[in-house]
Design a protein around this ligand. Structure first.
Ligand code: FAD
Ligand code: DLZ
Ligand code: SF4
Length: 525
C-alpha cells in the first residue's frame, strides 16, 4: 500500500479512537510541543508520561553534563506542559517507586491510569523502538507509533530516494533537499550558481584572535536540583559537571540560535575545518544538542540562516555550508541509520579488534591533538566535527580500534549524541566500518593534515615532520601502516590510488621502518 494512504488510514483510525483515553509517552529527546504524539491528544482526558530512567543513564556511561542536560530539559518541558493544562505524570529519577526502565515504568503507568491505548512518537534508537514494539502484547493494549515530524525528510521518502541507487551519496540527497525545502534556491537553480562551497571552507585559523564565545546561560533552580542529583548519583561517570551553561528550554535554544547567527555564522564557512588548542568552539554553533532533543526545529534554524544571508549579514559559503550540514548530513545520516539497522550496529569492515585505549577516558597521552580534543570533551561534552572526525576518529581508524567500542565512546561523551545520528557518523563516516556505504573513502590522514588545520603540533612531544621512529608523529606511520594492512579491502578504491602509488614507490626498507614503527607504537596502547 502506498505510504501516504497507509498514513491517512492510520490517522483516521486514531481519530476514531479519540474518545479513548491515551497514555502519551514522551521520551527525553522528544521535547517539542508540536511532537506528533501530542498532536491528536486531548488535555482534558489524556495522560502524558515522562520518565527519568536509570537504565537510560547507564546503558552507556553518559557524560555527566549530558545526563544533566537531558534531565533538566525534561523537567522544564514537563513544567511547561503542566502550565499549559496538560495532565503530566512525571517520574523523577530518585522517586522511590521509579523502577528504572522504560517498559516497567509504562507498566506502572498503565496499571495506574488504565488507558485504552498508548501513543508515542518514533524513538530515535532501534533499541528503544524494539522495547516500544513489545508493549502492545505485553500490556494487551493498542500502541500507536507516530512518525517523528521534526525531520525534513520522512523515512519513507528517504527509502524511496535511496532504493535502487547504487551509491546513495549525501551530495545527491542534499540537492534534492535544497529543491524540496527551497532553501538558498533561485527557482530550480542553487543561489550563487553552485550547490556546494565546501572548497572555500578549509582555512586554517592559526594566528587569528577574537573568537566569539558561545551562548551560555546560568542554571536556574530546576537545573541546580538536577546538578545536585547528577553529582550525587553519577560521580563515577566521565566528564566535568560544572560549569554548566547549556540552555534547557526552547526560549534559551532560540537565544542560542540568534547569538550564533550574530556572532559566529559569518566566519563559519571559512573556518569550519580549523582547530585550535585554546579555542574550543571557534565559529561553530553548538546547536546540535538543542535540535536533537527537540528544543529547536532544524527548519527554523535553516530559515534563520538563510534570512541572515539574504539580508547581507553573512556570506554565501557560510550560509550554504551550515544549511548543508543540517538538511544534508543530519537528515542523510538519519535515513542511513533506519535503512540499515539493526545489522548496521555490528558492522566491522576491517575486522578491527583493538580495545579502546584508556586515554580516551583520561586524556593521558603525549599526543597533543588527542589530549586537547579529549580534555575539551571531558570539560564540555562537546568537540566540533573535525576534532571528532580527524583527531579522535582518525586515530581510532588508523590504530584499528574496535568500531563498536569507538561507537559507545562517542555515544557516551557528547551531549548531542543519540544513536540515530551518532552511529552512522562514527561507524560509517569515521571508521568506514560499513565498508563505504556512507563515505566513498576512509577519512584517514597523516599528521600533515592535523598540522595544516590546527596549532596542536607546536606543543607536541612528537615531531610531525618525522615519518618513522620514536620521535615521529604516530599518525604518520600509522597512516601508511593502515593502508598497507588493509590493501585487500582498499586497494581498488580509486580515491586512494595516489596514496597506494606513493606507498609503492617507497623503498622496501622505508616500508619496513613504517611497519615496525607502527607495531612498536601499537604495542604501547
Ligand atoms: P556545527 O559545526 O555548528 O554544525 C551545524 C549543525 O549541522 C550541527 O549542529 C548539526 O546539527 C549538523 N551537523 C553537522 N555535521 C553533521 C553530521 N555529520 N551529521 C549530522 N549532523 C551534522 N552530531 C550529532 O548531532 N550527534 C552526534 O552524536 C554526533 N556524533 C558524531 C560522531 C563522529 C565520529 C563524527 C565525525 C561526527 C558526529 N556528529 C554528531 C556530527 C557533528 O560532529 C556534530 O553535529 C557537530 O560537531 C555538533 O556541533 P555544532 O552544533 O557546533 O555543529
Ligand atoms: C539519553 C537519555 C538519558 C540519559 N536519560 C533519559 C531519561 O531519563 N528518560 C528518557 O526518556 N530518555 C532518556 N535518554 C534518551 C534515551 O536513552 C533514548 O536515546 C531516546 O529515548 C531515543 O529516542
Ligand atoms: Fe598530533 Fe602528531 Fe601533531 Fe602530535 S605531531 S599533535 S600526535 S598530529
Amino acid at each position: 500500500m502506498p505510504f501516504r494512504r497507509r498514513k491517512v488510514e492510520h490517522l483516521n483510525r486514531m481519530r476514531d479512537d479519540m474518545d479513548k483515553t491515551n497514555l502519551v509517552v514522551i521520551l527525553g529527546d522528544q521535547l517539542s510541543t508540536d511532537i506528533s504524539s501530542l498532536g491528536l491528544a486531548d488535555k482534558d482526558r489524556d495522560h502524558v508520561l515522562m520518565v527519568e530512567v536509570d537504565a537510560e543513564t547507564r546503558y552507556v556511561k553518559h557524560h555527566k553534563k549530558k545526563i544533566a542536560f537531558i534531565l533538566s530539559a525534561m523537567r522544564h518541558f514537563a513544567q511547561s506542559l503542566r502550565e499549559n493544562g496538560w495532565n503530566v505524570r512525571y517520574v523523577e529519577l530518585d522517586d522511590p517507586d521509579n523502577v528504572g526502565n522504560f517498559t516497567s515504568e509504562i507498566e506502572r503507568a498503565v496499571q495506574n491510569v488504565c488507558p485504552d491505548q498508548i501513543v508515542i512518537t518514533d524513538p530515535g534508537e532501534w533499541r528503544v523502538l524494539e522495547m516500544v514494539r513489545s508493549w502492545s502484547s505485553r500490556f494487551n493494549l493498542p500502541v500507536h507509533i507516530l512518525e517523528d515530524r521534526r525531520f525534513l525528510c520522512s523515512l519513507s521518502e528517504f527509502q524511496s530516494w535511496a532504493e535502487g541507487r547504487k551509491n546513495p551519496r549525501m551530495e545527491n540527497f542534499y540537492r534534492e533537499m535544497r529543491k524540496k525545502t527551497g532553501l538558498l534556491m533561485d527557482g530550480d537553480a542553487p543561489l550563487g550558481g553552485k550547490w556546494n562551497f565546501d572548497h572555500e571552507n578549509r582555512k586554517s585559523a592559526k594566528g587569528l584572535h577574537n573568537w566569539p564565545t558561545p551562548f551560555q546561560i546560568a542554571p536556574d533552580e530546576i537545573t541546580r536540583d538536577v546538578l545536585e542529583l547528577v553529582e550525587d548519583r553519577f560521580a563515577h561517570h566521565f566528564g566535568d559537571l560544572t560549569p554548566f551553561w547549556f540552555g534547557v528550554t526552547p526560549e534559551a535554544a532560540e537565544q542560542a540560535l540568534e547569538h550564533f547567527i550574530d556572532r559566529a555564522l559569518p566566519g563559519f564557512g571559512d573556518f569550519q575545518d580549523a582547530m585550535l588548542h585554546a579555542e574550543k568552539f571557534l565559529y561553530h554553533s553548538l546547536l546540535s544538542l538543542y535540535m536533537n532533543v527537540g528544543l529547536l526545529h532544524p527548519l527554523k534554524v535553516c530559515k534563520a540562516v538563510e534570512k541572515a544571508y539574504k539580508s547581507g549579514k553573512v556570506p554565501l559559503n557560510s550560509a550554504e555550508g551550515y544549511i548543508r550540514q543540517i538538511i544534508g548530513w543530519r537528515e542523510y545520516v538519519r535515513g542511513i541509520y533506519w535503512r540499515h539497522m539493526p545489522d548496521y550496529l555490528n558492522r566491522n569492515y576491517f575486522e578491527a579488534r583493538r580495545s579502546l585505549p584508556g586515554f580516551y577516558w583520561t586524556a593521558d597521552t603525549p599526543m597533543a591533538c588527542l589530549k586537547s580534543a579529549i580534555e575539551q570533551t571531558r570539560e564540555e561534552a562537546y568537540a566540533h566535527h573535525i576534532q571528532r572526525l580527524m583527531v579522535t576518529g582518525n586515530f581510532a581508524l588508523l590504530a584499528g580500534l574496535d568500531p563498536h567500542e569507538v561507537h559507545e565512546w562517542y555515544l557516551a561523551v557528547y551531549a548531542d549524541a543519540f544513536e540515530w545520528v551518532e552511529l552512522p557518523n562514527t561507524l560509517g563516516m569515521s571508521q568506514f566500518a560499513d565498508g563505504g556505504l556512507l563515505a566513498s573513502k576512509p577519512y584517514a590522514a597523516s599528521g600533515n593534515y592535523i598540522n595544516k588545520m590546527s596549532d596542536y603540533c607546536r606543543n607536541c612531544q612528537f615531531d610531525v615532520k618525522q615519518k618513522t621512529g620514536d620521535q615521529a608523529c604516530p599518525f604518520n606511520f600509522l597512516y601508511w601502516d593502515f593502508l598497507d594492512r588493509n590493501r585487500d579491502k582498499l586497494g581498488n578504491n580509486h580515491r586512494l590510488s595516489y596514496s597506494y602509488r606513493t606507498w609503492d614507490k617507497m623503498s622496501e626498507s622505508k616500508q619496513q621502518d613504517v611497519r615496525s614503527s607502527a607495531q612498536k607504537f601499537l604495542k604501547t596502547l
